[in-house]
Design a protein around this ligand. Sequence first.
Ligand code: OOB
Length: 552
Amino acid sequence: MLDGCAPWPEELARDYVRTGCWEARSLASLLEERSRESPHRACLSDRGGELSYREVNRLAERVALELSACGLQARDIVLLQLPNVREFVVVFFALQKIGVIPVMCLPAHRHSELTYFARLTGATAHFFAPGFRDFDFLAMAREVQAGAPTLKLLVATGHGRESGVRYLAPLMEQRPAEADREALAAGDVADPFDVAFLLLSGGTTGVPKLIPRTHADYLYNARTCARVLGWSRDTVFMAALPAAHNFALGAPGIIATMIVGGRVALSASTDADEVFGVIERHRVTVLPATPALIIALLNSPRRDKYDLTSLRQICVGGQRMLPELFDRVRAAFPSAIPIHAFGMAEGLTNLTRPDDPLEVQRETQGRPVSPSDEFRIVDEDGADVPVGAVGELIARGPYTIRGYYRAEQHNRLAFTTDGFFRTGDLVRMHPSGNLVVDGRMKDMINRGGEKISAEEIENLILSHDRVQMVAVVAMPDPVMGERSCAFVVPREGATLTLSQLNEFLMTKRIAKFKLPERLELVGAFPVTAMGKVSKKALREQIAATLRMENGG
Ligand code: OOB
């Protein structure tokens, strides 16, 4: 396995192969097979139009050959930072064809995160969309490159003439020699049981962690999701959430759609009108969404202007969907079933089933998709809690990782000695056997499905010269679920405003969604019996303040 990754124990790996969970096929072979079997079937659409499976495969071949010619080699690691446009899928599969491992960055990531990923992995290339959302990704890419000299190659979408940058549009227009295409197809370089890409963890520590996912484990994860949801060639899956995120990529996602030979509709925007327009135009059947996106769609006054009757499943995940929201979704989209998706980039995917009793669909966050998933609900000592009681969910199985990439020390905390991943989620078992998410132990803020590590932001705030102590906690929000609030004990005689704090944080060049949205200056922090800062008390304090401000 890739250096810095923890493999599954050998005996178990053999078992996963024997029982058919893991197949000896790569992600590249998935697209090649579909392209052979159903060359003319529609595979992918974005604003630029529609592409068949064969067209996507051809484009990926061209890009793969050019990237090889630029010096990219099997097992190189690269930063893939593309929005939901066709190039995302084309480049992803081009990299797979030549065995190159992408780090699945989000368009929201900035210098700090990207430089860190590049240095940790020794990444050799950075793929980006120069003008996406009016941000100068090229200038950022150059700065990141200056701080991480392994980044030899910058690759941008579109056409252009900037020096030192390769542009994808002309690469995608190349007509490679037949012999080169054949050699590429024949020489599938990837080991199906090795790492195909690195996902990003929501992160509960000072720095985001990288999650190595193998071809076999990911294809199994996606295939099982598709089976549980009853998908077929008629499935039209819409990706409006970032395609690089596990929910939209493969759990269930784009890969699951390609496994069943369905169609993917990409939207680079989550604006309600855009989303509705794509659903109507492409007769979308499955929409994955966070509760925050669903609320925005429900609140849009323009919903009635569109024909949304093609929708069959609205998968809601990333954050808990409350039963009341479930009811609103059902009422607003009568042709669709709301599905709870409680997943994590580390692996374990829980889904409610379309044939679960209504009450179970409404009140639970689903159950693991595979019979080979093992999970336990444990107390602080690692003992199983009584059935129905709340405890931490820990999990292992054929698609749940055994360790983060190059994070040995952290892995000792994040995994049990017998290989269970500690999810940090507090759950209980519903009488139906499904899980209900009840809270979490991990120190993070879940802002509309986007995860913010409290420790990461606290470390940055602590470097401000007016700050003596800081604690970042979640405050409740009716749309986002949570937003982040920074409690600060200022230095003697100093004062600080939220905008001063955020101006300072922006100089640290981090993703904007991580900025605190409220600052509370206090004289001291409440502490626990152990003398630690009580984040629980701070969360309660800010929740009470908000209740008071909103008139009780
Ligand atoms: C998904 O993946 P991540 O890696 O961004 O975040 C995982 C964490 C979970 O550990 C849990 O704390 C929270 O996000 N979460 C949910 C949830 N879905 C995720 N909490 C309550 N209810 C839910 N339905 O967020 C993700 C990956 C694949 C599919 C869906 C979501």
